[in-house]
Design a protein around this ligand. Structure first.
Ligand code: GDP
Ligand code: MG
Length: 722
């Protein structure tokens, strides 16, 4: 269902646009009026249908249309570049295919249910050679059978529809056909693209009809809108069809040709609702009213009332009925609008297939002229973007020395990037990615850790002031004088405090290393982006190294904590200064203890307001407890500072070593080790890179071809403008 497909019908004849046969001849449908594009204006549509046919209008439009068709054929739309397109929409059986048939003069599949199951791009090209040449080319599976068909067809070539050469292009092959077999051929191609049955597909079919007298027009016929699935159709047929239609009519570059049956009430048409959704003002919608022969009553009023906002106007037509030939159908139509008591009242400028054709040709010229400059700009932009992307891709490595130098270069540039983000704080490679501004993030993390340590040790001083100290003093009391401070008590309290915070530093270093791992992996991945086969080795190297460094840091921090627990030392004079300040409150404390009339809620430096009343019952020991608390408080500041400082130094030192010393060796070891696959690994281009390269090359080729196509017509426009 999603296979690539195009179906194309061609009619080869010598170009002789200056000599288009007269309207009365068998197949000419459209009198073409000379008109420079810039002057196109709907007033001109009022010209009589039999106006003399002159070709210079065609000469100017044709190259533009050809260019657009070439771009369409090149599939420039795959690059997201929209092309000006006339899109035919309409409810099921509103007469879409009949209108296209009338414009093209060929038989399209018609029948019950949805016949049009894939978008059918129909290119009509006028062709002035009176001698038709018919062929149907087919490449692929069904070639033989169809070629036999074709021989038959060519033998009958002089039959009724002399004058057309048709071929269908789809699924990468070309099928020659003729007007007699075109209907079968389209059905067959549709089945191949969308599967047989009633499924539908987005993949378009291109039908090129080069034929004497057809208007130069390219239109897309879409599946008709149906609310209720008929037998064999999927349940979500409405959603599927509506998705295809929306895809085609949504772009501003699309002209919506809304086919409405005269027999229905226009505002109830599903196709009207759908086109109004994407073209609210109706400025790019043209209505074709079919089956006027079936419902002539009130048609004029319906069209004049314009209840449904049709910006480009209405054209009423009568299509071929039953076995009529095209000529007969056109005669019948002309006759109908001439003689019918109701239909003859409708202004001649809005009736008949020739008027429709002429109107479409003009609308098409206008939209193409309008869109072309933007298309040129988009092609150029995409082309240069793709070329620079391709240039950024690595060379395909072919020898070991080449692979070695590529590896060294990846490692070198990765290490340099890491130095920048982790050590030097230079972020020009990641200006907007805050996560990669590592020096700032690391210092933030460290500050936060310091704050948390500080906070977690500000314990509940206020309740039971000094009671913990008293308990410990009592437990460590020995046989000796009471006014010696037992060192054991001090160490015990210190140890207890260190224990309380001992989890946090280890947690902190783990967090920091996790962060560093993410950064290192991101940098390595960025630098080895073009060699996905390197990714696993470099990632593993980074993980191994960082795991090692993380363990080392954790051990180091654990050791520092252990030291703080058992040794109390500092040479920092700050200790004595702080202790001195804290002890200044001691006199106040003693005073309160000894004076029963004073309030027992006192303010002590460094602890704020504390209740001390409960200490009156510990006369022998509260003095020592106070002293020991102040020493601990003064010393604790030193301990925390020392802890944060040494973690900072250790981390910084470790990261430096990681980047400057270990990284290169470890990556090389990994790559050369048992899992790495060696340098040879680098010589195999990874499929994803190969695919990307191919995609870019293809797209560049397509865009270059497209550029050439448009350059030619733009030159012509420039020459014509002179
Ligand atoms: P689609 O489903 O929109 O493609 O509609 P078709 O083109 O298949 O037409 C549906 C039916 O309406 C066919 O039987 C046509 O012959 C018939 N039909 C289309 N246009 C006219 C018309 O102008 N007059 C009459 N009487 N029948 C028409
Ligand atoms: Mg149809």
């Amino acid at each position: 269902m999603s296979e690539k497909a195009t179906l194309l019908v061609v009619n080869k004849m010598a170009k002789q646009n200056s000599n288009i046969p007269e309207t009365s001849s068998s197949s000419a449908l459209v009198p073409i009026h000379v008109q420079p594009i810039s002057m196109i204006d709907d007033e001109e549509l009022a010209i009589p249908v039999e106006a003399p046919i002159v070709s210079s209008y065609n000469d100017r439009i044709r190259p533009l249309l050809d260019a657009i068709d070439k771009l369409r054929h090149l599939k420039v739309m795959q690059e997201g570049i929209q092309l000006p397109t006339i899109v035919v929409v309409g409810d099921q059986s509103s007469g879409k295919s009949s209108v296209l048939e009338s414009l093209a003069g060929i038989n399209l599949p018609r029948g019950q249910g949805i016949c049009t199951r894939v978008p059918l791009i129909m290119r009509l090209q006028h062709h002035s050679d009176p001698l038709p040449e018919l062929h149907l080319e087919f490449l692929g599976r069904t070639v033989q059978t169809d070629e036999t068909h074709i021989s038959d067809a060519i033998n009958q070539a002089t039959d009724e529809i002399a004058g057309s050469e048709l071929h269908l292009e789809f699924l990468g092959r070309t099928v020659q056909t003729d007007a007699t077999h075109i209907s079968d051929a389209i059905n067959q191609a549709t089945d191949e693209i969308a599967g047989s049955g009633k499924g539908i597909s987005h993949t378009p079919l291109t039908l090129v009809v080069k034929k004497n007298g057809v208007p130069d027009l390219t239109m897309v016929d879409l599946p008709g809108i149906t609310r209720v699935p008929v037998h064999g159709q999927p349940d979500d047929i409405y959603e599927q069809i509506s998705a295809i239609i929306t895809e085609y009519i949504k772009p501003e570059e699309s002209i919506i040709l809304n086919v409405l049956s005269a027999t229905v009430d226009f505002p109830t048409c599903e196709s009207i609702r759908m086109s109004q959704r994407v073209d609210k003002t109706g400025l790019r919608t043209l209505a074709v009213v079919t089956k006027v022969d079936k419902a002539p009553e009130g048609l004029l009023d319906k069209v004049m009332a314009d209840d449904v906002n049709i910006g480009l106007g209405y054209v009423c037509v009568r299509n071929r009925i039953g076995d009529e030939s095209y000529d007969e159908a056109r005669k019948e139509e002309a006759n109908l609008f001439e003689t019918h008591p109701l239909l003859s009242k409708i202004d001649k400028s809005i009736v008949g297939i020739p008027v429709l054709a002429q109107k479409l040709v003009r609308i098409q010229a206008t939209i193409i002229a309008k869109c072309l400059p933007e298309i040129v700009r988009k092609i150029n932009d995409k082309l240069s973007a793709n070329i620079s992307e391709l240039n950024r891709m690595p060379h395909n490595l072919t020898s070991v020395p080449e692979a070695m130098s590529a590896l060294m270069q990846i490692i070198g540039s990765s290490v340099e990037s890491l130095r920048k983000v982790l050590l030097r704080g230079e972020f020009e490679e990641y200006p907007d990615d805050k996560h990669m501004h590592c020096t700032a993030r690391l210092s933030e993390m460290l500050n936060q850790c310091a704050r948390e340590l500080q906070k977690s040790s500000e314990d509940n001083y206020k309740d039971n002031f000094l009671m913990e100290e008293i308990r410990i003093l009592e437990e460590t009391r020995g046989i000796g004088l009471p006014n010696f401070l037992p060192r054991a008590a001090f160490l015990m309290i210190l140890q207890k405090k260190v224990n309380e915070i001992s989890g946090a530093p280890v947690e902190f270093v783990c967090k920091v290393w996790e962060y560093i791992e993410k950064v290192v992996v991101a940098v390595l991945m960025r630098h080895s982006e073009h060699y996905p086969q390197l990714e696993s080795s470099t990632r593993r190297a980074a993980q191994i190294l960082i795991a090692k460094r993380k363990d080392m840091s954790a051990d180091r921090v654990a050791e520092i904590i252990e030291m703080e627990k058992i040794i109390d030392y500092t040479c920092d004079p700050e200790y004595l200064t702080v202790w001195g300040k804290l002890m200044a409150s001691k006199n106040l404390f003693l005073d309160v203890m000894n004076n029963y009339s004073r309030s027992t809620l006192i303010t002590i430096d460094g602890f704020g307001e504390v209740e001390v009343g409960h200490l009156k019952s510990f006369p022998n020991i509260r003095d020592q407890a106070f002293d020991i608390k102040m020493r601990i408080a003064a010393y604790w500041k030193i301990v925390l500072k020392r802890l944060v400082d040494s973690m900072a130094l250790n981390l910084q030192f470790s990261v430096k070593n990681l980047v400057n010393k270990d990284m290169e060796t470890e990556i090389v070891n990994e790559l050369m080790g048992p899992h790495g696959g060696g340098l040879e690994r680098l010589l195999e281009e990874s499929p994803s890179v190969a695919i990307k390269r191919e995609r870019l090359n293809k797209s560049i080729k397509l865009l270059k071809d497209s550029k050439e196509v448009v350059a030619k017509v733009m030159d012509r426009i420039a020459i014509n403008a002179d």
